[in-house]
Design a protein around this ligand. Structure first.
Ligand SMILES: Nc1ncnc2c1ncn2[C@@H]1O[C@H](COP(=O)(O)OP(=O)(O)O)[C@@H](O)[C@H]1O
Ligand code: SF4
Ligand SMILES: [Mg+2]
Length: 348
């Protein structure tokens, strides 16, 4: 089996190895993250994509050790700058969170405190992590608001979260996440709730800040358009597992996993010509974790599913051009029809 780092040329700042996070109910275990591997190169952006429920948020919360009962990180390693975060004490994790690694959550209102002004909340990070005085921290907060494109920052800094629009609040979240100058930013659907214009502005801003500050980013999204715009590498997740991991340009040019092809086909595009009508959209929906398929998890929805797919789960293997892919079609054991892959290339 290949390691996530094999596909990378660059040095990773973060490497996830065989990460497993489950939720335990009376009756069964929901394997939300089930043996996930990937790496994030320094100064680059890794996208994690997949439909709702594929385990993207739980992966990022596991990295920061923010999983709550009845959930539990069961195993694996989260190697950040050479050290396993799963071995750190809670006190050490508090130092790392919001300092070396910061996170923008999916829902800004739940992570902003309604009783403090925007300025107080951004200042806190400067005061705690960079030991600035209150006054100095407030001046820096105004600068941060300006940086994230908030007009009249001197006025806004004195306002409370409920006085701002959704788009403004999300910018405040981004300002807070960036205030500590993190080495790694985890952005979980940072723009999903925003309208298209603001979304484009915020993505542009994050790219710009990455160029200036050199941070690494994990961009979690269900939108491949956002991946194309912002990411260098991408991990495609399905039911708790990575099914394809590749450089973004390769993924868009030569998607290999049938699920990736299905996701790409749900985007309007004209540069690939797939004859198989079946693949134009992904049929059906993600099965409930209680009905976890025995073999390949995508088999119930895959137009190529063959006997081996329904019986055995494929490993994540490196293909000839360096992509990593979890699909029997690309192995010597493939027993199905057609004997061509999803791009029409012969496999035998
Ligand atoms: N609090 C919870 N209790 C039980 N199961 C959960 C909980 N949170 C998440 N899960 C399970 O984990 C899966 C992955 O969730 P999540 O990572 O939030 O998906 P995504 O972010 O990709 O939409 C869900 O489909 C669900 O089965
Ligand atoms: S392993 Fe089989 S079912 Fe799974 S994606 Fe590949 S062809 Fe489809
Ligand atoms: Mg999510």
């Amino acid at each position: 089996m290949t390691k996530a780092t094999d596909t990378l040329i660059e040095e990773p700042i973060l490497e996830i190895r065989n990460l497993q996070t489950s939720f335990f109910t009376d009756k069964f275990e929901v394997k939300a993250v089930d043996g996930v591997n990937f790496a994030v190169p320094k100064g680059k952006t890794l996208g994690i994509v997949g439909e709702s429920g594929s385990g993207k948020s739980i992966t990022s919360l596991s990295i920061l050790r923010l999983i709550q009962n009845p959930g539990k990180v069961k195993g694996g390693e989260v190697i950040f700058k050479g050290e396993n975060l799963l071995d750190k004490t809670e006190a050490q994790m508090r130092q790392i969170r919001g300092n070396e690694i910061s996170m923008i959550f999916q829902e800004p209102m739940t992570s902003l405190n309604p009783v403090y002004t925007v300025g107080q909340q951004i200042s806190e990070s400067f005061q705690i992590h960079q030991k600035m005085s209150k006054k100095e921290a407030m001046l820096r907060s105004v600068e941060m608001l300006k940086l994230v494109g908030i007009p009249s920052p001197e006025r806004r800094v004195k306002q409370y979260p409920h006085e701002l629009s959704g788009g403004m609040r999300q910018r405040v979240m981004i300002a807070m996440a960036l205030a500590c100058d993190p080495e790694l930013l985890i952005a979980d659907e940072p723009t999903t709730a925003l309208d298209v214009t603001i979304q484009a502005q915020i993505l542009e801003l994050m790219k710009d800040l990455q160029n200036r500050l050199g941070m690494s980013i994990i961009m979690i999204t269900h939108d491949l358009g956002v991946v194309a715009e912002t990411c260098d590498y991408v991990a495609v997740m399905y039911m708790g597992k990575v099914v394809e991991y590749a450089a973004v340009k390769d993924l868009f040019k030569h998607p290999k996993h049938p699920y990736t092809v299905g996701l790409l086909n749900s985007l309007p595009r004209h540069d690939i010509d797939l004859e198989d009508e079946e693949l134009q959209v992904i049929k059906g929906s993600v099965p409930s974790p209680a009905d976890m398929p025995k073999g390949c998890r995508f088999a119930p929805r895959c137009p190529f599913a063959s006997e081996i797919c329904r019986e055995r789960l494929p490993d994540l293997e490196e293909s000839e051009d360096g992509n990593q892919i979890r699909c029997w079609i690309y192995t010597d054991e493939w027993d199905g029809e057609p004997e061509v892959n999803v791009n029409g290339e012969r496999t035998s």
